[in-house]
Design a protein around this ligand. Sequence first.
Ligand code: ADP
Ligand code: MG
Length: 665
Amino acid sequence: MNVNAPLLAPKPVASAAGRSLIALRDITKTYSSGDVATKVLHGISLDIAPGEFVAIMGASGSGKSTLMNLIGLLDRPTTGSYKLNDQEVAELGSDQRADLRREAFGFIFQQYNLLPSATAAENVEVPAIYAGMPHAKRIERAHQILTSLGLGERLDYKPGQLSGGQQQRVSIARALMNGGAIILADEPTGALDSHSGEEVMRLLEELNEQGHTILLITHDHEVAQKARRIVEIRDGHIVSDTLVERNAPPRLQPVKTVTRSRPGRSLSLPNVAEAAKMALRSLRANLMRTLLTLLGIIIGVASVVAMLAIGDGAKQAVLDRLSGLGPDLLLVRPGAPNIRSSQGFTATLVPADADAIATLPNVAAAVPEYPGQVTVRYGNRDYQTQANATGAAYPKARSWTLAQGSFFDANDVRSYAPVVVLGETVVAAVMPDEAEPLGKYILLNNIPFQVIGILNGKGAAPNGSDQDDIVFTPITTGALRLFGQRYARYITVQAADVARIGETEEAIRQLLIERHRTEDFQIRNMAAILQMATETQNTLTLLLGSIALISLLVGGIGVMNIMLVSVTERTREIGVRMATGARTTNIMLQFNTEALVVCALGGIIGVLLGLGTAWLFDTLGQPVLFSAGPVIMAFLCAFATGLIFGYLPARKAARLDPVAALAAD
Ligand code: ADP
Ligand code: MG
């Protein structure tokens, strides 16, 4: 193998021999948990020159790993001075420590600590991602190092598909990715069989010959004999420090950091792209969980989109129907002004009221109406349709003309004539073969009515309903015989001059109060009706929308929950990332991106599903209004959900202590 390829061509960490690369003075470390303080290191002083190969030996619990973590800038000493390459580093901030760690150190752990969902090559790339190395260069270098370590055939294997020895070689490759001038290996052979262990030791020796400084923790004497210097620790004290005479002195060929490029700002585009890629990979690794989390967001977004489309559609339909009535109309309804119409029908308006209103100035027509459903029968044909019991002025008020015969007149109304005028849809339905419908008798709810006229076709209303699917009878006959009433449901008044409609409204009010001796009716103009309908429908849409938003919120909480679990599960991964030079912002970015990716993906699918649902309602006849507003809003809500609910887990991840994270199981 030849790791010392030109790609490792280096700038010295320390140029002159004899100078200390690592200088520890009176380092102590005290762990305190609660009231209990455990002093683990009792004043360690140690100098390590560039190119040395030092084995640290000692019984379990003597403080070897603690010392190693301090040297590797994963942990801080409680007291004492630590100079790395003549720079005091004990007090550095966490970002500077992360940068130094990335540039100077390469970690090798007993348990390899590879990312299980990433391939060998991707694992090796990780430190270079945090160093800001361009993608192509990174891949090339990872492949080159792995190939030089004999893993050229295993680039795309996941750690689970590799033997222990191979995994440890991948982790050595990772340690070399950014140069690895100082390699810190904590019992690297501890988990390996003797053959693989020897192989790893041979690699470390070769690296040392190429100029890497190596610190190796072991409790195996045979392994330690491969080093050139053995430091023995007992209960936090150095008890011996001996050179292994037999081994040749280090050649002191200087190694330098490969990644001179500064990592740049964490939120730069390449960093975000990398984070998105890592997010997708880890989401793929937990596919089922990701799908379930997605589901929460999908349902939330889909319901926002569908409900708003349906709500807006219903509103539009009502407005269309109402605005078809025109601005010159006044509607007189029974019931006192302070009683809502929904509280039931009060019988106070009679057809004679309409006749009286018709005599007022500026009234072009006053038409009483009593609409309802009837069954029409002619011969053996039955047909359900709408009947409108109304006044003689109806065709004039609605500018509706007759195709045959005539509409009933005031006389017919007064005399309770059993006559009917048919819309063309009804004619086609019950008497399609009748050559001469006029004069024939048909049954409305089993009561005979004589056909005296047929209306011209009017076509579909703006809301799509068939306006010709209707029959008209005099208000008197119809209300009484068909519906058992002597009253009118409402009176529609058409003003001659729209400009004077307010005056006319007041005149009608005075007239009816005089006639009824009390105000037991309401007069509405179309503008007021439109406004009321709009308000009602807006309330409905708001209600639907807030239900949908709540489900999005629930989805968001689901995302947060899963992300928190994920952080807990991947604590060790976070530790590895920190050891390989990730700054807290890198970790933050990664977990936030994962939440964002889930929510954005859920948002896209949810929007499509919501539009599909709305479209389904549309084809089923429910009026639906598609507009970009709710779609964009729902998607942005999903995105914001990811941002907000991803923040807490991401912060939790970023605040982890690297040592504790690495120790997690
Ligand atoms: P070694 O690697 O030599 O086996 P360590 O450095 O891991 O030993 O640990 C040295 C001592 O410090 C042990 O007694 C251990 O229990 C204690 N220790 C290590 N980490 C912690 C911690 N986070 N909190 C409290 N005690 C700790
Ligand atoms: Mg240890």
